[in-house]
Design a protein around this ligand. Structure first.
Ligand SMILES: Nc1ncnc2c1ncn2[C@@H]1O[C@H](COP(=O)(O)OP(=O)(O)OP(=O)(O)O)[C@@H](O)[C@H]1O
Length: 321
């Protein structure tokens, strides 16, 4: 399958206190195909937002490349080419990040409507966008502060749809909302993405939510993707102990209810990332080879960066105490 968004070996570094540098994203590759929903999941601080900002050209990568529909995305390219041409739009956790509090909703939606739509059709497009996200036409004359959090996120989705993008990157789009709005906004977003046959990179710390909506799930830990698989396979048969731990942390209801297991410890600060496998200090299966960083192993339609999947090293894990 050809990819729409291609992230190749991207690194993101920040200046840390003193003269040091922190590598928040340490070599990530990820593809999103047209019409595909890819979920990117991981605990807070693992580098998800840093990766999203690079993917839309808001932050330059320290190394690696991002391309969209075969064209490179760089912050320079982003400025030169209006986002309406790029076809990649972002929905942020906080809708105030994408909605200007001082301008009416209608004016902001109009900004995103392609210039090829002219005259009365422009206003008609605004009304249509509002209708798509379940908001009344009168919303066009109001300001963002006149809406609830859930309504504002609906409006931010309408703003993202205005340029008729081919893909959305949604970074924790419902985390800031109350529980009842969360389900509504996720259903709306996923429904629109499917209906309009767009691609989506859906970033979340909530594996259960990603399980419900994503075709493919990528699991990120401390700046690296540790496992990628079709969502159903990942859930049924995780190949990385971190994925297993995240699944075990989800409460199971139904015929065999199970209490969630907590994942011991916390994500280390990337400034003090462990050598070798970064998950090693928290991993119940750590064995000698984990002192070296595991490569991303191709497991046939899926991949995992864990020595347990390497036939050459795995027997040692069984032998380990
Ligand atoms: N501008 C910055 N300067 C320095 N360090 C940063 C900066 N932005 C992020 N970081 C650090 O990079 C790491 C990854 O942060 P990032 O926000 O990308 O992770 P995340 O998985 O999206 O977490 P969250 O969901 O909490 O936002 C964290 O350790 C964070 O402290």
């Amino acid at each position: 399958m050809s990819s729409l968004l291609r992230i190749s070996d991207v690194q993101v570094e920040y200046r840390s206190r003193g003269n040091g540098r922190v590598r928040a994203v340490a070599g990530v590759s990820l593809d999103v195909a047209p019409g595909q929903i890819v979920g990117l999941v991981g605990e807070s601080g693992c580098g998800k937002s840093s990766l999203a900002r690079v993917a839309v050209g808001l932050t330059p990568p320290s190394a690696g490349e991002v391309s969209f529909a075969g064209r490179p995305i760089t912050p320079l390219g982003w400025r030169r080419r209006p986002e309406t041409e790029i076809g990649l739009q972002m929905v942020f956790q906080n809708p105030y990040a994408s909605l200007n509090p001082r301008r009416t909703i209608g004016a902001q939606l109009l900004d995103g409507v392609p210039v090829t739509v002219t005259g009365a059709a422009r206003n008609a497009r605004v009304i249509e966008l509002l209708d798509r996200v379940g908001m009344p036409a009168e919303a066009a004359d109001r300001y963002p502060h006149q809406f609830s959090g859930g309504q504002r996120q609906r409006l931010a989705i309408a703003r993202a749809l205005a340029p008729q993008p081919r893909m959305i990157i949604a970074d924790e789009p419902v985390t800031a909302l109350d529980a009842s709005s969360q389900a509504q906004v996720v259903n709306l977003l996923v429904g629109l993405v499917r209906e309009l046959d767009m691609g989506m990179l859906f970033i979340s710390h909530d594996l259960a939510l990603v399980h419900e909506i994503a075709d493919v799930t990528a699991v990120m830990y401390l700046g690296r993707i540790v496992e990628t698989a079709p969502t159903r396979e990942l859930w049924r048969d995780p190949r990385h102990p971190y994925t297993r731990a995240l699944i075990d942390a989800v409460p199971q209801i139904g015929p065999t209810p199970r209490l969630p297991a907590t994942l011991a410890g916390e994500v280390p600060d990337p400034a003090n990332a462990p050598t070798g496998c970064r998950f090693r200090p928290r991993c119940a299966h750590a064995f000698a080879p984990c002192g070296d960083q595991p490569p991303t192993l191709d497991l046939g339609g899926r991949s995992a960066a864990c020595w347990l999947n390497d036939p050459a090293t795995a027997p040692a894990a069984v032998a380990a105490p």
